[in-house]
Ligand binder design. Structure first.
Ligand SMILES: Cc1ncc(COP(=O)(O)OP(=O)(O)O)c(N)n1
Ligand SMILES: Cc1ncsc1CCOP(=O)(O)O
Ligand SMILES: [Mg+2]
Length: 236
């Protein structure tokens, strides 16, 4: 198992431009989409092979391996959605789980020091996720989304201001309907970064789309403006 220890500042930096995708989200070869997104400057990638038309079994595992290799070559940390077994099999850098998935405490036990992201829709879920050992929260859907089949109603940005106003300092990434046009608002509301599927997976030019997202996050202050306890020396 990887012994890499994630530091707070490194997590906030990685969350800045967090691309999530599975083969069924793409309009062309998913490896090309990922390669182009990396060229455009994404800072973290989540393999989320889920929903109508998703791969399963050996083809899914093979795609995960190929994507993990590509990310590793470019020093982009690789996260697996939902599937802890798969994350361990492909030696992912972390796992993201939601409220309907395996419990965060059990996942932490299984993955050791790998990065653990947990979804939180409200203050109660955020508090529980932190107690269970989450390294970061995925908060949303903030805006309406067509991508997640069972998504809750859009919460709006006030959930972020409420969390930050109540002393929740853990790294947070916003999710749901995020584009380069609204990414700055997400950062200003208190998130360290933005995560998104469609903004890149449906873009004619994923490299340009990633670059645009990166510029929007940096223009809004990026992770540095929200880092409350970043330790120096994070090596990612
Ligand atoms: C960064 C990030 N935040 C939230 C989610 C959503 O997780 P979940 O609620 O478990 O829903 P699914 O993605 O599994 O459908 C996420 N994947 N990533
Ligand atoms: C996985 C997930 N969780 C909450 S919203 C969402 C989908 C985000 O996709 P998009 O960026 O296309 O709205
Ligand atoms: Mg999930």
């Amino acid at each position: 198992m990887s012994e890499f220890k994630w530091h707070d500042a490194a997590i906030r930096k990685a969350l800045q431009v967090y691309f999530i995708m599975g083969s069924n989200n793409c309009l062309k070869d998913p490896m090309d989409v990922l390669r182009e997104a990396i060229d455009g400057g994404i800072t973290l990638f989540q393999f989320r092979e889920k929903g109508t038309g998703a791969l399963s079994g050996e083809p899914m595992v093979e795609l995960a391996y190929r994507m993990r290799e590509l990310c590793r070559r470019h020093d982009v940390p690789f996260i697996v959605n939902d599937d802890v077994e798969l994350a361990i099999t492909v030696d992912a850098d972390g796992v993201h789980v939601g409220q309907e998935d395996e419990g965060a405490s059990a996942v932490r036990e299984r993955i050791g020091s790998r990065l653990l992201g947990v979804s939180a829709y409200n203050m109660g879920e955020a508090g529980a996720a932190i107690c269970s050992g989450a390294d970061y929260l995925g908060v949303g859907p903030l805006f309406s989304t067509q991508t997640k089949e069972d998504a809750k109603a859009a919460s709006g940005l006030q959930v972020l201001t409420e969390m930050r106003g109540s002393g929740i300092h853990i790294p947070i990434v916003g999710i749901g309907g995020i584009t380069a046009a609204n990414a700055g608002q997400v950062i200003h509301a208190g998130a360290d970064g933005v995560s998104f599927i469609t903004a890149i997976s449906h873009a004619d030019d994923p490299t340009a789309a990633a670059r645009e997202m990166r510029q929007a996050v940096h223009a809004a202050g990026g992770s540095t403006s929200n880092a409350k306890s970043g330790k120096a020396g994070g090596s990612r």
